[in-house]
Design a protein around this ligand. Structure first.
Ligand SMILES: Nc1ncnc2c1ncn2[C@@H]1O[C@H](COP(=O)(O)OP(=O)(O)OP(=O)(O)O)[C@@H](O)[C@H]1O
Length: 352
């Protein structure tokens, strides 16, 4: 089932939460709504679900206007951050619940319920805990059951609001991959709210980047990362160094251009000698965490800091060729620069 959102507006009192939002979600896609806290992601999801009514604009399901359709008729499945399973019911009964409460005419037989719930528990790889109760499960297992329960009623659309938000980093990572694989099997149109850019990049077919109630960019993860439409998107999708004026080859016209140059920490090469477009810096500190080394440099000209990130093996190899200790002077040359006009620079207050 495809979803189209057309010129959607919603305010709460004076706060504009959805500001003329239009997005297209083709059938079977997994789309992430990504943005900082308060950017309107949850409100947009709730409007798609039918839990919230927009002030204007429309939501179309499979080309048909569903804006005023009741939540129960939209056939959406939900998974929330704190999805309360029924504590007094076994895992099996939790998943079966949506089928058992159907009106008699459409309710499957007991045998059908059994086979369906068993298949779903297998799908989320938890068939071995069917007889347990929710309190006997880990947080990650509970969210997988929440997903099985949402899928049991064969929703046309699956809506997930920070489903892994309450879990620790390692479990989150596992579940992201698991969700991706699950979606490849089930192919139900899914909208996934997150404020975690890594999660969005890893899980989604497409990312809708939101900021202050507006869509900043909408595209596949690589496109959004490699070709950000605005400084906000660039900065929200990962760490970046900011240089006023033109940095890199041809930086002579810095004052005329009125540009801001953005370079990600892993896009800077460390050189022993100056090259065309390089910048002299002194090493302030180097920190190795896991496979990467993060080096903080101080600009010789204005004293501001620049972060460089490289594989630790590469850092050690460089260190054998020239000194890379605190105080050493080296030169940084960008491999890739993204430039935006000065006036379109993102408002730092809008950042988290
Ligand atoms: N029912 C409501 N009444 C009044 N204001 C609301 C209501 N729901 C949301 N808001 C406000 O709307 C804005 C957007 O909230 P929303 O929850 O959609 O953002 P979000 O991007 O999902 O943020 P978060 O990641 O923190 O949940 C916030 O400023 C919030 O305070």
């Amino acid at each position: 089932m495809s979803i189209e959102v057309r010129n959607l507006n919603k305010r709460f009192g004076p706060t504009v939460v959805c500001d003329d939002i239009s997005i297209d979600i083709p059938s079977g896609e997994l789309v992430a709504l990504l943005g900082p806290s308060g950017s309107g992601k949850t409100t947009l999801l709730r409007i798609i679900a039918g839990l919230e009514v927009p002030d204007s604009g429309s939501v179309l399901f499979h080309g048909e206007d569903a804006t005023r359709t009741d939540v129960r008729e939209r056939q959406v499945g939900f998974v929330f951050q704190h999805y309360a399973l029924f504590a007094h019911m076994t895992i099996f009964e939790n998943v079966a619940f949506g089928l058992r409460v159907r009106p008699k005419a459409t309710r499957p037989s007991e045998a059908e319920i059994r086979s369906k719930v068993t298949a779903l528990l297998k799908l989320v790889q938890l068939d071995w805990i069917a007889d347990r109760f929710p309190h006997q499960l880990s947080g990650g297992q509970r969210q997988r059951i929440a997903l099985a329960r949402a899928l049991a009623v064969e929703p046309k659309v699956l809506l997930l609001d920070e489903p892994f938000g309450a879990l620790d980093a390692k479990v989150r990572k596992e579940l992201r991959r698991w969700l991706r694989r699950l979606h490849d099997e089930v192919h139900v149109t899914s909208v996934f709210v997150t404020h975690d850019q890594e999660e969005a990049m890893e899980v989604a077919d497409r990312i809708v980047v939101m900021n202050q109630g507006r869509v900043e960019q909408d595209g596949p993860p690589d496109q959004v990362y490699d070709h950000p439409a605005s400084p906000f998107v660039l900065q929200f999708l990962g760490d970046v160094n900011l240089f006023h004026g033109r940095f890199g080859a041809g930086r002579g016209d810095a004052k005329v251009s009125g540009e801001v140059s953005y370079v990600r920490p892993h896009e800077l090469a460390i050189l022993a000698a100056p090259a065309e477009g390089s910048l002299p810096v002194t090493l302030s500190q180097a920190l190795t965490v896991g496979p990467n080394t993060r080096v903080e440099f101080k600009r010789v000209d204005d004293g501001s800091y620049i972060d460089v990130e490289l594989p630790r093996s590469e850092f050690h190899a460089l260190r054998e060729r020239f000194p890379l200790d605190p105080g050493a002077t080296v030169h940084l040359l960008p491999r890739r620069v993204t430039r935006f006009a000065q006036e379109s620079e993102a408002d730092p207050a809008a950042m988290i």
